[in-house]
Design a protein around this ligand. Structure first.
Ligand SMILES: Nc1ncnc2c1ncn2[C@@H]1O[C@H](COP(=O)(O)OP(=O)(O)OP(=O)(O)O)[C@@H](O)[C@H]1O
Length: 739
């Protein structure tokens, strides 16, 4: 540590080798000519990618000798358990007790029941808030800045929507309305559309609830409070969805109209503008500001950054200096947006306070939560310190000190570099920020939806399956349901451990990697990951060939890949019982329910859908599935493989999903978000499958041979030991093999 501290701060993050040299013996393996030494089996170590992890520990099934798969964590003992307010008894918790007005509470109740009754018959009673929601909503509507990290599917986005609706309602009722709009910035278009549709549905449900309440009210309300409550909430609020798919001309007109009331001289007497909610992606917000430059002067009253790490893309402290300079020159759109609304103008620092005040301030800051609380490793926490933000850095157009908007950052993977970025950038004052961390609490364990229909509390969780796909010379080619043989190559599914044992040994002398270019960087990453992956002894008699750098795939090969993964996917799904195949090949295959298939964003979803359909699998693109799902004539979700790019995983909520498959190399953050599409609050109960532990939803990760090292590394970071996909011979009777 002292060595690192001596370096100037800009250079600290510039060399990953420094980290390796100090912490792992692998760097020596990479650079020395000595033969590689087998590493001892080790506990998961600190992530190079600086990722904070979610925890979702599944309970040990009765009688099981070994602990089951689990989401685990390497959070230090400095994890802010004390910060999480102790939740009141879950059963007693109501939306009203969180500060939500009664009509909105009825609307929430109505909407949640509507959302879940398709696949859960046990939601007749009202659904209480989750633990994460109970922690987030009161400080949000109380105007606090919030740093909120919670497990995927714990109801964060839903909590943000509820709190936004309540804040809009309060604004509409306030004698002095806010001076700026409420802004929700989403990481993807899909998420923005989802949030806008939830807000609209909540407004509608609230309206329906208040209409039925006023119909049943016979006596006039006696108190002023009651009459306020009867006012239709959020009725007056104006809402704009700003995303790239909507024509710009149409949107600019609406934007001008919505921000105009905030540009008039507020001292002049005029009727207050209605509260305004802007939901959108950062790129489109910037386009709208460019089209109407005056709107840059409007400082929002509140900014919500959902999936904040994806929006602000902080660089790891170990990123090369070149990358850091590049980011300074070209910040991501969200940062540009924040800088536009909160311009940075240097102002003289205030005079130092008298000693008595300084002592009081020091004792006050001592009671603040630790800045290191979200970091994984206490030893590494000590390396970096967040510099106190320069005081009064952000000023308004007149040069006066800007009253910073309320800022709420939420994600399942908020990390330390992001924290550093927002505090040092002066977007957030650390002393005014409430830090909430709900990584420990499995929402499913906390929420009645998980247990209502079962006598014993049987929390659901995720069962992780992994396999390496390899085309084999032996075997039969797959047949489509109609019996027509396809030209698909037969594919082996090899357990990860076997693939690691069989992978080529790394020989430093032979690996002459190119020194420059993107490809070189990727290859060096491959070498690094490969050598860091947990060593597995080669099976006796099996020679391990020498590793040579993988070549990037050509476009034709990528198309071929789609043809390889189709039979591999069919085999994996069949062996797990997700895809049911009758022994008679004429009988159509049936999926147990809809499931997501994540592919590389550079691959064509249409090509993969076509290849899957050719194998006889019912595949659709995410867009087609969404369109069918929201069509009024389609009340239930048909079982299908929904093919989506892995980049759309953030925040996506499809309640009927029964499984997820990843066909793309992922780091730990990516895996957390992709796998987090299942095992969510209120999601359909997992199907009973012979090869999957009871009550758990299967998540399957299939990769090509060259990615075995990366796969092992990601699981290692997350402390997950994946299940092997059963071989066809070990399959229970009644389930046939597709490959
Ligand atoms: N109190 C509740 N009771 C029952 N279901 C709920 C409740 N709150 C939210 N849900 C449902 O849980 C699902 C997940 O919610 P949400 O998308 O807000 O989770 P999230 O934590 O934001 O997930 P991610 O981290 O993946 O973005 C939604 O379908 C939502 O309808």
């Amino acid at each position: 540590m002292p060595f690192i501290r001596m370096l100037p701060s800009w250079s600290r993050g510039s060399s990953p080798q420094l980290l390796l040299r100090r912490r792992t013996p692998c760097y020596r393996r990479l650079t020395s000519s000595r033969p590689a030494r087998a590493l001892p089996e080790r506990a998961p170590t600190r992530s190079l990618l600086d990722i904070n992890l979610i925890t979702r520990t599944a309970p040990t099934p009765p009688g099981s000798p070994t602990p089951p798969l689990h989401w685990s964590r390497r959070l230090s003992s400095s994890s802010p358990q004390g910060l999480s307010p102790a939740p009141p008894s879950q059963r007693a918790l109501t939306w009203g007790r969180l500060g939500v007005h009664s009509q909105l509470a009825h609307g929430i109740d109505l909407l949640l029941r509507q959302q879940h009754q398709h696949h859960r018959a046990d939601v007749a009673a009202g659904l209480p808030p989750t633990r994460a929601q109970a922690a987030l909503i009161p400080p949000f509507i109380g105007g606090r800045n919030i740093w909120f990290r919670g497990a995927t599917g714990s109801g964060k986005t839903w909590a943000l929507v509820v709190a936004l609706c309540e804040a809009l309602h309060r604004d509409a009722m306030a004698a002095k309305p806010s001076t700026g709009p409420f802004v929700y910035v989403a990481a993807t278009r899909e998420l923005a559309i989802q949030v806008a549709s939830w807000v609209a549905a909540l407004r509608q449900a609230t309206r329906a609830a208040s209409a039925s309440a006023s119909a049943s009210t016979t006596a006039p309300a006696s108190t002023a409070l009651a009459s306020r409550e009867r006012t239709p909430p959020n009725e007056a609020a104006a809402i704009l969805l700003a995303i790239g798919t909507i024509p710009m001309a149409e949107q600019t007109a609406a934007w001008k109209q919505m921000v105009a009331p905030y540009l008039v001289d507020r001292a002049a007497p005029s009727s207050p503008p209605p509260p305004t909610l802007l939901i959108g992606t950062p790129g489109r917000f910037l386009e709208l500001i460019r089209a109407h430059p005056a709107s840059a002067r409007v400082v929002p009253r509140l900014i919500v950054l959902d999936e904040a790490d994806e929006l602000l893309l902080p660089l790891s402290r170990y990123a090369p200096a070149g990358k850091k300079f590049q980011r300074l020159r070209h910040p991501p759109p969200t940062e540009t947006l924040l800088q536009t609304w909160m311009p940075l103008v240097p102002v003289p620092a205030p005079a130092s306070p008298p000693p008595a005040e300084a002592a009081a301030a020091a004792s006050a800051s001592a009671s603040e939560p630790s800045q290191d609380s979200l970091e994984n490793d206490p030893a590494a926490d000590a390396e970096e310190e967040i510099a106190a933000p320069a005081p009064q850095r952000r000023v308004n157009a007149g040069g006066a000190r800007l009253r910073l908007p309320q800022l709420v950052l939420a994600s399942a993977t908020l990390n330390f570099p992001l924290k550093k970025l927002v505090y040092e950038g002066g977007y957030l004052a650390q002393s005014t920020t409430l830090e909430l961390d709900f990584q420990d609490a499995s929402p499913l364990i906390q929420h009645p939806l998980a247990t209502a229909a079962t006598a014993a509390p049987t929390p659901t969780g995720i069962a992780h399956f992994a396999a390496i796909m390899r085309t084999s010379d032996s075997g039969t080619s797959s047949a489509s349901p109609s019996g027509t043989a396809t030209a698909m190559p037969p594919v082996d599914l090899i357990p990860l451990k076997t693939a690691l044992a069989q992978r080529p040994a790394y020989d430093p002398a032979s690996a002459r990697l190119p020194k420059q270019g993107k490809h070189a960087q990727r290859l060096r990453g491959e070498v690094l990951l490969d050598s860091l992956a947990p060593p597995v002894a080669a099976p006796p008699g099996l020679a391990r060939p020498v590793w040579s750098p993988p070549k990037p795939l050509s476009t034709a090969q990528k198309v071929d890949m789609a043809r390889v993964i189709a039979p591999a996917l069919a085999a994996a799904l069949t062996r797990l019982g997700i895809l049911r195949v009758a022994n008679d090949s004429e009988t159509p295959r049936g999926l147990v329910g809809p499931g997501l298939v994540f592919i590389d964003p550079s691959a064509s979803a249409d090509a993969v859908v076509a290849a899957l359909q050719q194998t006889g699998l019912p595949a659709v693109t995410l867009e087609a599935y969404r369109a069918a799902r929201f069509a009024p004539t389609c009340p239930t979700e048909a079982p299908a493989l929904v093919v989506a790019a892995a980049s759309t995983a953030r925040g996506m909520d499809l309640p009927a999903l029964q499984f997820a498959v990843m066909l793309v190399p992922l780091n730990a953050t990516g895996y957390v978000h992709c796998a987090g599409r299942v095992g969510r609050v209120g999601q359909a109960r997992p199907p009973v499958l012979p090869a999957v532990p009871a009550g758990q939803t299967p998540v399957i990760w299939l990769l090509g041979q060259t990615h075995a090292g990366r796969m092992a590394q990601t699981f290692n970071h997350l402390a997950i030991e994946p299940h092997a996909i059963p071989s066809s011979s070990s399959m229970p009777t009644g389930v046939a093999n597709a490959s």
